[in-house]
Design a protein around this ligand. Structure first.
Ligand SMILES: Cc1cc2nc3c(=O)[nH]c(=O)nc-3n(C[C@H](O)[C@H](O)[C@H](O)COP(=O)(O)OP(=O)(O)OC[C@H]3O[C@@H](n4cnc5c(N)ncnc54)[C@H](O)[C@@H]3O)c2cc1C
Length: 337
């Protein structure tokens, strides 16, 4: 039985902690309830939005429509062999609890993605990534319901058009599909990926290298660097790391010899957005209640009573500064609503 709540507070449903409301709010625990809600949305002719953990959204004002949240649970083994296991996981499962579940069973592939907030149903949308791993490498397919036709659809991994913090669900299919289940394949003879950031160094503190220790090392690094949303409102990395042509990079390097960089397979060069923001003088700075975190310049924070509009204003000022100084257009990773 679905319950539609009116004038619902989203304060606990967005990790920035903005005190805003939506006109209607409902959760759905299966596909039938979702279809019912989609019909109600059609009849009321109001805007619709799906929310997971609200950890990648910047609400700039109240949402005058219906927000729906999946509570579809369950981790089902679809196929298991000596070498691998295929799973079908409900969109409402908590991402990090799912990572822990896999690590406890010694199924490798997502241990580097420990402690990323949000729901399993959202992980394909921006192809979540951390410590040299992207979730696309373990996704088999994604199940959805089409918002217009209410038809069930499936998108195989290649059809999801995954890229760096990208997928078809952020572009052609934005606002058109609700993700209900994600299918994963885990290799039981998994190769660890430890060559990113200080993960290897952190692992020296452990007696052996195994999935549990990698997960714990990732958790420790993240806890030491990133503000906890329960204490300081934020949505993780606010901007994507820009990729520039080699010539553009060389021009920057002439002036800044220590510019950190990651060469890409297409010969472009990725530059950490946090470094650019820091060079532009924004680290630890604030405009009103919106601020740039003092340990990680890529993270914008709510110092207490900030509004989404204030954070957006700060973000745009940062974009202008970085553009003036480096000629690079920073793209927002967070979904602005
Ligand atoms: C402290 C912190 C650290 C973070 N670290 C990382 C990191 O290391 N790597 C990384 O990639 N991300 C990171 N993030 C960003 C975020 O956690 C991920 O993008 C996560 O996948 C968002 O999940 P969510 O359920 O909270 O999504 P939400 O914020 O609720 O939604 C994000 C977008 O997806 C849409 N959406 C949500 N669910 C569905 C659905 N079922 N069907 C269709 N559309 C849907 C929403 O409408 C919205 O546009 C971090 C965030 C925080 C706060």
């Amino acid at each position: 039985m679905i319950e539609i709540k009116e004038n619902f507070s989203l304060k606990k449903y967005n990790t920035f902690g903005f005190d805003i409301n939506c006109r209607y709010f409902a959760s759905f625990s299966n596909e039938e309830e979702l279809k019912e809600l989609l019909l109600i949305h059609k009849n009321k002719n109001i805007p619709l939005m799906v929310i997971g953990g609200g950890s990648n959204i910047l609400f700039t004002k109240n949402f005058n429509g219906l927000i729906i949240q999946p509570t579809i649970c369950g981790i089902e083994i679809i196929n298991e062999t000596d070498d691998s296991v295929d799973l079908r996981v409900g969109a409402g499962e908590n991402w990090d609890s799912f990572v822990e579940y896999c690590v406890n069973r010694n199924w490798g592939g997502v241990e580097n993605l420990s402690l990323i907030p949000g729901f399993v149903g959202t992980c394909p949308i921006q192809n979540i990534g951390a410590y040299g791993v992207e979730v696309k490498d373990v996704i088999l397919k994604v199940e959805t319901i089409d918002i217009e036709s209410l038809r069930k659809q499936e998108f195989a991994n290649t059809e999801c058009r995954f890229g760096y913090r990208e997928s078809i669900f952020k572009h052609d299919l934005k606002g058109k599909q609700v993700i209900t289940y994600v299918h994963f394949k885990f290799n039981k003879n998994h190769e660890y990926k430890l060559n990113y950031g200080n993960l290897n160094e952190e692992l020296q503190k452990y007696e052996s290298i195994n999935l549990k220790n990698i997960r714990n090392a990732v958790i420790d690094i993240r806890n030491s660097k990133l503000p906890k949303p329960e204490e300081t409102g934020n949505a993780g990395s606010f901007f994507k790391n820009p990729e520039v042509k080699e010539a553009v990079f060389e021009k920057i390097r002439q002036q800044y010899q220590d510019v950190p960089n990651f060469k890409q397979s297409n010969n472009n060069v990725k530059i950490p957005a946090g470094w650019l923001i820091e060079q532009a003088g924004w680290k630890g700075k604030n405009i009103g209640n919106a601020a740039v975190h003092n340990k990680q310049a890529l993270v914008l924070i709510n110092r207490g009573n900030a509004t989404g509009a204030e954070v957006l204003y700060l973000a745009r000022e940062i974009q202008k500064s970085v553009n003036n100084q480096f000629g690079i257009e920073l793209e927002m990773e967070v979904n602005v609503v």
